[in-house]
Design a protein around this ligand. Structure first.
Ligand code: CA
Length: 221
């Protein structure tokens, strides 16, 4: 999944970007509100992590502008420790949840998963299409007759994108968008390489290719 991180504190931003990448997210990181609005106008994101104290256009203004345009992307705001009023205003401006500084990465990741589950219309932490089950917390994949096992970060990111929409065809650029953030070099055959690795682990029938169009996992019967 692709996340836009908007945070002007360089230390926090770097730590979050690294932690989110380790958790299989594609991350774009910006340090001001104006750039964030510009990116949100043209790029696809599954979630925005929005610091409220930003130079120039602050986080609440970014959020208000987004919702005024009826932009539906889930937003998790990052507030100061004593920012009760900010938290209330943020939620009333259309934020989906908040976290207060300082926080543990593990709590942020859990809140992000909860927001993403609600946004994807499910309460279940397991994604299943009847053939495969993907655990969105542990990142384990299992098949009916096998014990679960881990995937690499990018294998997970790719399979998750497909498993969120069983039966839907995702193109190469749809998949690249969900796997790679800005500045990460994408080899021209990266998606094929990951698909090949996944098929080798899971069996070639689990991911279907529609030549020249894209890839899909089948819908549960
Ligand atoms: Ca800040």
């Amino acid at each position: 999944m692709r996340v836009l991180l908007v945070e002007d504190d360089m230390m926090i931003g770097e730590a979050l970007q690294g932690g989110l990448r380790d958790a299989s997210y594609a991350v774009d990181w910006l340090t001001n509100g104006k750039a964030a609005l510009e990116a949100l106008a043209v790029e696809y994101y599954d979630l925005v992590l929005l610091d409220l104290g930003l130079p120039g256009l602050d986080g609440l203004s970014v959020l208000s502008a987004l919702r005024a345009k009826n932009h539906q992307v889930p937003v998790l705001i990052i507030t100061a420790r004593d920012g009760t009023n900010d938290r209330i205003r943020g939620l009333d401006c259309g934020a989906d949840d908040y976290i207060s500084k300082p926080f543990e990465l593990s709590e942020l990741l859990a809140r992000m998963r909860a927001v993403l589950r609600r946004n994807n219309g499910g309460a279940n932490t397991l994604l299943s299409n009847g053939l495969l089950t993907l655990d969105t917390v542990t990142h384990e994949v299992s098949m009916s007759d096998q014990a679960g096992f881990q995937l690499s970060n990018r294998e997970y990111a790719l399979l998750e994108a497909l498993m969120l929409r069983p039966g839907a065809i995702l193109s190469r650029s749809d998949l690249e968008t969900r796997i790679y953030g800005w500045g990460e070099e994408v080899e021209s055959n990266a998606v094929e390489f990951l698909i090949h690795a996944l098929r080798k682990k899971l069996g070639s029938h689990v991911i279907k290719n529609l030549r020249g169009v894209g890839w899909m996992v089948s819908k549960a019967n």
